[in-house]
Design a protein around this ligand. Structure first.
Ligand code: FAD
Length: 631
């Protein structure tokens, strides 16, 4: 950590310490402590730490050990299932997908240096970047690892299609460190007819950071990860001011060491950035206590080709016309670069406690979630898995039951007092409580009471903790699936309570029907309710299939997911609760916001970015003049 104590802001020095119980001296000390550039988890050479063609840390992955008929294990020691053999999971994979573990698809290696397309960036641009003191790279690998996010399409292309051709990759990568650097880059791009794609953690699952195939202009990948400075922590007003490239886990590590938290934990928070959260309208698992990103964002600075969009002051609320934070939120890299933000913080909770609850059926579980939301007593996080996901989760334990398996808990209870729990029908909610000891106890008691009314029963703390751990590990499964002919992806929506059960049932039905139509022999579809609100919830689907016998696995997957999305919309679900629109869902954008709404967005784009410097191609399916590339 490098400390910079030199610039204490004027406003802070000028404040009247006498009238303020939080003394000026203390403030100055806090400020000095906080003006900090973090040593972030993502280095410039991101592929040294993170997989370039898959999810997560290089040292963490599912592998098949040559034991017997093949045994799945998870490597590394970052997660609780690290370095463990997973015989139940091995069997599950064989049973569900009928995979042949002896037939492995080997992913393509990184192409050699001469294989990358020549950069289209002009000498004039490169010299201007050097002159401004901004770090840059023309290296093929640096460019390749930033041409994509985490969609199935992206990862499949990198693993299996590179041998045929290299997709459109950025022409140059730049690492600005300040808002001034970004202003310079945007001005250069505007003057030299270039495109900028802001690149944070690259965890997008909507195609939002993927380079548009047909972009003829030079593409700059503006990597924000070196913009990772904390400006200050304001303990009195409970705010943090920082740059946009800070990765979630770095932000939390820093803040928690000072006794605070933002509390925003999307499942990708190990790698996603603050700027990415704002640009995609992210939602964290603990939103019930801390809020979604739109609740946490007090102020944002966005550099656009037309100037800097930034609203004055750090007011708790304003009635000053439409809130332009909401033009920045969800802009998906199409309007400018978010360079700095002020977010709300909270003191770290005294107690963090997990829990789990079993229900006889998913319907009981959803009805209970609805009641808990109605009474507004949701813990920090509450998630309800369907039976398929519950059974799948059970397989991710080593032989001999290292974990306190939920099945054991239920069996014991079944034998003693609860009759009628069918392991083929039950569903499980995992809970995470945060707060004071007393408030957590009260919340838990209240929830357990409601749960009883819906035929549910508590299933222990360990099972809950395990459920949350699995959230992070599940993301690693797709990579090994791809090696054995299984494609997998998730998609999500938000839906009013009264349509939730129908939506879940109908989407599963449509997926089954579409799989049959596309001659998919073995598939897996599962859902969970991940967020709850007064008026509805977020439903998150996992879908995977064995692609044996199919010519175009990704095309087939996309066709089936599109049918599922149509069904979601027909069942009053939204286009997205938190993944965003990107390129994947752009075809439905107009239908969701109305023609006038889409036109309003286009006019905002024209006002902020008239020459389409931020021509990443999200939200809109076309690029009408004047958004069309000008060459
Ligand atoms: C395993 C996994 C789990 C996930 N779980 C969640 C979840 O629980 N909740 C959730 O909300 N999302 C989740 N996501 C989706 C994704 O992590 C979020 O969309 C996240 O907010 C993206 O942040 P990022 O820094 O990785 O952005 P990137 O992927 O780098 O970029 C996403 C978009 O934001 C733009 N962008 C990035 N930074 C800036 C900036 N500074 N200024 C302007 N535009 C910018 C990009 O141009 C792009 O359009 C998950 C994804 C994965 C792969």
């Amino acid at each position: 950590m490098v400390r910079d104590n030199s610039k204490i802001p004027k406003w802070l020095a000028e404040e009247d310490a006498k009238e303020d119980p939080y003394s000026l001296e203390q403030k100055l000390m806090d400020y000095a402590m906080c003006k900090t550039k973090l040593n972030g988890i993502i280095p410039k050479n991101r592929n040294e730490v993170i997989k370039w063609n898959g999810w997560g840390y290089n040292d963490s992955k599912f592998i098949i050990k040559p034991v017997g008929d093949g045994l799945v294990a998870f490597t590394g020691n970052r997660y609780p299932i690290g370095d463990l053999d997973l015989p139940h999971f091995t069997q599950w994979v064989k049973d569900i997908f009928e995979v042949d573990i002896n037939h492995k698809n080997h992913p393509a290696p990184l192409p050699p240096p001469e294989a990358y397309p020549k950069s289209l960036a002009s000498q004039e641009f490169l010299e201007a970047v050097d002159k401004a003191g901004i770090s840059k790279s023309l290296d093929g690998v640096d460019r390749l690892v930033r041409c994509h996010g985490q969609t199935l399409h992206d990862i499949y292309t990198l693993r299996f299609n590179l041998k045929k051709s290299i997709p459109r990759i950025p022409d140059v990568v730049v690492w600005p460190e300040t808002t001034e650097h970004v202003v310079t880059l945007v001005a250069l791009a505007e003057r030299m007819t270039m495109v900028i794609i802001p690149y944070g953690g690259g965890t997008s699952v909507s195609g939002a950071v993927t380079c548009p195939d047909n972009e003829p202009r030079p593409i700059i990948s503006l990597d924000t990860t070196q913009m990772n400075q904390i400006f200050y922590v304001d303990k009195k007003n409970l705010l943090i001011s920082c740059q946009c490239g800070i990765v979630g886990q770095d932000l939390e590590r820093f803040l928690q060491s000072k006794g605070f938290t933002v509390g925003h934990e999307p499942d990708s928070y190990e790698f996603s950035t603050v700027g990415g959260w704002v640009a995609t309208r992210a939602s964290g698992m603990k939103k019930n206590v801390y809020g979604n990103i739109e609740d946490l964002l007090v102020s944002a600075t966005m550099v656009t080709p037309s100037g800097i969009l930034h609203k004055k002051g750090l007011h708790p609320r304003q009635s000053v016309g439409p809130d332009f934070n909401h033009v920045i939120l969800g802009s998906e890299g199409t309007l400018g670069v978010v360079t700095e933000v002020v977010l709300k913080i909270r003191p770290v909770a005294e107690v963090r406690k997990y829990g789990s609850v079993v229900f006889p059926t998913f319907t009981d579980g959803v009805n209970c979630m609805r009641e808990i939301a109605k009474q507004r007593c949701q813990p920090a996080s509450i998630r309800l898995m369907d039976n398929e996901q519950f059974r799948f989760g059970q397989t991710l334990k080593p032989a001999g039951g290292f974990f306190n398996a939920i099945v054991e808990t239920i069996k014991k209870a079944y034998l003693t007092n609860v009759k009628g729990f069918d392991l083929e029908r039950i569903c499980v909610a995992t809970l995470l409580f945060e707060g004071s000891k007393k408030s957590v106890e009260q919340q838990e008691a209240r929830i357990n009471n409601i749960v009883k009314d819906f035929g549910g029963m508590p299933a222990g703390e360990k099972n809950g903790e395990r459920g949350y751990m699995l959230t992070f590990v599940i993301a690693y499964i797709r990579d090994i699936g791809l090696e054995f002919n299984v494609v997998a992806e998730s998609f999500e929506t938000s839906v009013p309570w009264k349509h939730t059960l129908n939506l879940c049932r109908n989407v599963k039905y449509v997926i089954g029907k579409e799989c049959a139509r596309h001659k998919v022999k073995r598939h897996f579809i599962s859902h969970r309710v991940t967020q709850t609100y007064d008026s509805g919830c977020c439903v998150y689907f996992y879908f995977a299939f064995n692609w044996q016998g199919l010519d175009d696995p990704v095309g087939t997957y996309e066709a089936i997911e599109a049918a599922a999305r149509e069904e979601i919309l027909a069942n009053q679900g939204s286009l997205s609760h938190h993944h965003g629109v990107g390129k994947l869902r752009a075809r439905w954008y107009k239908s969701q916001v109305s023609e006038l709404g889409e036109n309003l967005y286009r006019q905002a784009k024209r006002a902020l970015d008239p020459n389409n410097v931020f021509g990443v191609g999200n939200l809109l399916t076309d690029e009408e003049p004047p958004l069309k590339a000008k060459l």
